[in-house]
Design a protein around this ligand. Structure first.
Ligand SMILES: [Zn+2]
Length: 153
C-alpha cells in the first residue's frame, strides 16, 4: 500500500535461512496514519489493491508502524556482516536499503531473473499467515518460500 510519501508496509514476512532450522517472522502493521488523511487518489489505489490483490485493508494490522525498523533489525541476523537480504521488486529493495541504512546488502530478486510468484509452484508444506488462509498465493510468507525454493534450484 502507499501513503503520500510512497510505500507503506502492511505485512512483513522474513524467512531467515533455507533449511529446517530457518526462523520465520510474520508481522501485520497498523496504518501509519488514518485513511482519511490520505489523498483521494491514494485511497482509491489502496482500495483497488485490497479488493483485487492481497485483501488487507488500510486499517488492518496489530503492530505499531513505528516499530517496523526495529523489528527488521531484531529479526534479521546480526552476528555477521555483510548479510544478504533478498526482496522482490525494485521499490521494496530501495525502501529496505534506505530503512536499513547500509547495515545489510539488500538485493532485488528481479535483477537475478527470479520469476513472478504466480509463475512459481506453491511450496509444500503451504505456510500462510492467518489473513491469507483462503488466498495463500497472495501471502508474502508463501512467496518467501517460493523464492527460496527457486534460489535453491
Ligand atoms: Zn499473509
Amino acid at each position: 500500500m502507499r501513503d503520500s510519501n510512497g510505500l507503506v508496509v502492511k505485512e512483513l514476512a522474513i524467512v531467515n535461512g533455507d533449511n529446517d532450522k530457518s526462523s520465520v517472522g510474520n508481522f501485520h502493521f497498523c496504518p501509519p496514519c488514518a485513511g482519511s488523511q490520505l489523498p483521494l487518489s491514494v485511497r482509491k489505489t489502496n482500495y483497488w489493491v485490497t479488493c483485487n490483490l492481497h485483501a488487507i485493508s488500510w486499517e488492518d494490522g496489530y503492530v505499531q508502524y513505528s516499530r517496523l525498523k526495529q523489528i527488521l533489525l531484531d529479526v534479521l541476523p546480526n552476528n555477521f556482516f555483510p548479510f544478504a537480504v533478498y526482496v522482490k521488486g525494485r521499490e521494496k529493495c530501495d525502501f529496505l536499503s534506505k530503512l536499513l541504512q547500509g547495515a545489510y546488502t539488500v538485493s532485488d530478486l528481479d535483477t537475478l531473473s527470479c520469476p513472478k510468484s504466480s509463475d512459481l509452484p506453491l511450496p509444500s508444506p503451504l505456510r500462510s499467515c492467518h489473513v491469507h488462509k483462503a488466498i495463500p498465493d497472495q501471502c508474502p510468507l508463501v512467496k518467501c518460500y517460493q523464492y527460496i525454493n527457486w534460489m535453491q534450484e
